[in-house]
Design a protein around this ligand. Structure first.
Ligand SMILES: [Mn+2]
Length: 605
């Protein structure tokens, strides 16, 4: 025994994990009572999961009002016929996975005939594919208003609410589906799973009270008191052991050997995992919630966006067979390895900033997280890690990391990760050490410079704030330890917001508090002497996008994120004078590999 004091996991809670994951990742089967003449559904709906926290009723109301929509329009027969034609075209686009095209066509159909419930219900489905769960809730709400018997609309609204972690609101919708369609087995199962999830969240809240010692402190105490023996059967790569301190230190050989071990389907002993996570934490403890880094002369820094990401199609396969799990989910880790190879390893002249969302959405999140944490442990002043909205307990509970981590290394290891996720900084300010060779910005106006005349970039996973006036010091002073981002406030906004094209602020399409417009970004950059905001969190077709007149740059590093888009991935490279360049890449094939042997735990991930 390794001294782990895991609480017994009841079969109910593991069932719950698998059934809930299957809700989030699963196939939507149409309610049984749908007649085929009313059929508007095209393909099964794999609901990818990434979400939001809260959408107020006012925000919802605002979302449902759209430009150019005249709800009192007199619909001529000709309009109605044309709208039907557009709907068919939209359905075809949807079935070919051209979701934004489908959405546009449904929108055109809605403008011609704003009183057809099915058009809103179908547009909601396209929105869900694009992770616009907030918009999907608004559309299904409208569909229900137009046709209170639209079973699919209730069903989709429930799934959207689950995807944005609102099981409480999903329950009445599932109940409604069952009222209209009592034989719907899937809706019944999902209702039960949602109810169980709510109970489990309440239970965990209740037992969390009074837990004064953090898991990292507890594990450190166990290690230093010799109660965590090494697994003697393990013969793989090891960090260096110091018998005086009874602790390990990382070496380059160890980290590289570990990556090869993972590629070969091997597994680290728990003790070594713990050393990596604790080692990383010790490095993070030296950093503020806003990490300030000067890019020294001759140094370049690569900014890498979301690294998690397994396509929904691959996720389908996961629920079918173990073999499919390993070959499909492995993509995630191979994409990371490919990326690391491309970037060239960190060195005295090369820094890398990983901008959050390391975990979830795959079965190799543990390996991805251990790799990045080991690098941080090894090269604390060359590797930087920002927290993403997936480095949070509520997301990990629903989107796979908690289950995966417990299956591979036990409950306590998961708790350690969850604890150390709260040590991750919220943002990083990268400042050029050299004066700019080029005074241009990425947009039309001259670059905004620091008071010393240098270019500098605010790198954060989500984006800017729901109000003006937030300073860099406000970010730096965030007390992050032990904290989850919650549903509002700076932490939540840094991890969750998205830019929008329209000026000002608006409800986010994904269902989070806000979208921030180009004027918001300009005011903030000027007030804080920041050259641009570099953020991730959203897929972009080219892997990166320069928006808000060059002041808001998105970089997303999961190639082919949802088979839907076939997007490229990219990272941004910053030179010592603040010059940026953009580097795109595609998904790589990976070799076939023997599945890792687990005693269950994968079926539902
Ligand atoms: Mn994200």
């Amino acid at each position: 025994m390794t001294g782990e004091v895991s609480s017994p996991v009841s079969s109910e809670s593991s069932d719950l994990h698998s059934s809930l994951s299957s809700i989030i990742t699963g196939v939507e089967s149409p309610p049984t009572s749908m007649s085929s003449s009313q059929d508007d559904d095209i393909t099964p709906f794999p609901s990818p999961a990434m979400g939001a926290l809260k959408l107020s009723d006012e925000a919802l109301a605002e979302l449902s009002i759209e430009d150019g929509l005249d709800e009192d329009k007199i619909v001529s027969e000709e309009d109605a016929a044309q709208a039907q034609k557009l709907k068919l075209e939209a359905n075809t686009a949807f079935s070919q996975q051209h979701y934004s095209e489908a959405m546009e066509l449904f929108t055109q159909a809605i403008r011609l005939n704003p009183r057809e419930s099915v058009f809103f219900g179908n547009r909601a489905m396209a929105r869900m594919k694009m992770e616009e769960y907030g918009g999907a809730v608004a559309d299904t709400t409208k569909a229900i208003e137009l046709d209170p018997k639209n079973v699919k609309a209730y069903y989709r609204r429930a799934l959207s609410r689950l995807a944005i972690l609102q099981p409480m609101l999903a329950v009445p919708d599932f109940r409604h589906v069952l009222k209209l369609d009592p034989a719907n087995k899937l809706a019944r199962e999902q209702l039960e799973a949602a109810v169980k999830l709510i109970r489990r969240i309440e239970f965990e809240k209740a037992i969390a009270v009074g837990d004064s010692e953090s898991t990292s402190a507890k594990i450190l105490r166990m290690i230093t008191s010799d109660s965590v023996p090494m697994d003697n059967s393990y013969t793989g790569p090891m960090p260096e052991y110091d018998s005086a301190t009874k602790r390990y230190t990382p070496t380059k050989e160890f980290v590289e050997g570990m990556i090869q071990l993972f590629k070969d389907g091997g597994k680290l002993p728990k003790r070594i995992c713990w050393e990596i996570v604790l080692g990383c934490k010790e490095m993070l403890d030296r950093e503020n919630s806003l990490v300030e880094v000067e890019i020294g002369k001759g140094v370049k820094c690569d900014i890498v966006g979301d690294t998690h990401g397994v396509s929904p199609k691959r996720r389908f396969a996961m629920t079918r067979t173990i073999n499919a799990v390993s070959t499909c989910a492995l993509q995630q880790f191979f994409d990371l390895c490919n990326l690391l190879n491309m970037l060239t390893p960190p060195s005295e002249t090369h820094a890398i900033l990983f901008n959050g969302d390391f975990v979830d959405r795959g079965s190799w999140s543990v390996e991805v997280a251990l790799t990045l944490f080991a690098y941080k442990w090894l090269y604390p002043s060359r590797i930087f890690l920002n927290r993403g909205n997936h480095e949070t307990s509520d997301m990990n509970k629903v989107y796979g990391f908690e289950g995966e981590c417990k299956a591979k290394h036990g409950e306590l290891t998961y708790k350690l990760f969850a604890d150390v996720f709260t040590a991750l900084p919220m943002a990083t300010l990268l400042t050029a050490s050299q004066s700019p060779s080029n005074l241009k910005s990425e947009g039309s106006k001259p670059a905004i410079l620091s008071s010393e005349g240098k270019k500098r970039y605010f790198v954060v996973h989500g984006g800017l704030f729901s109000k003006d006036g937030v300073t860099l010091d406000d970010v730096k002073n965030i007390e992050r330890y032990g904290k989850q981002p919650g549903q509002e406030g700076l932490m939540c906004e840094l991890l969750w917001t998205d830019p929008q094209d329209a000026p000002g602020r608006g409800p986010s399409k994904r269902g989070v508090g806000v979208g921030f417009g180009p004027d918001v970004t300009r005011r903030w950059c000027e007030a804080n002497s920041v050259t641009a905001v570099i953020r991730s969190h959203e897929v972009r077709a080219e892997g990166y996008a320069i928006e808000h007149d060059g002041l808001c740059i998105t970089t997303f590093s999961c190639p082919n994120y949802c088979d839907s888009t076939g997007n490229k991935a990219a990272y941004v490279r910053m030179q010592d004078d603040g010059q940026l360049s953009y580097h795109q890449f595609d998904a790589v094939p990976h070799p076939p590999i023997k599945p890792m042997a687990y005693s269950g735990g994968f079926a539902g991930m």
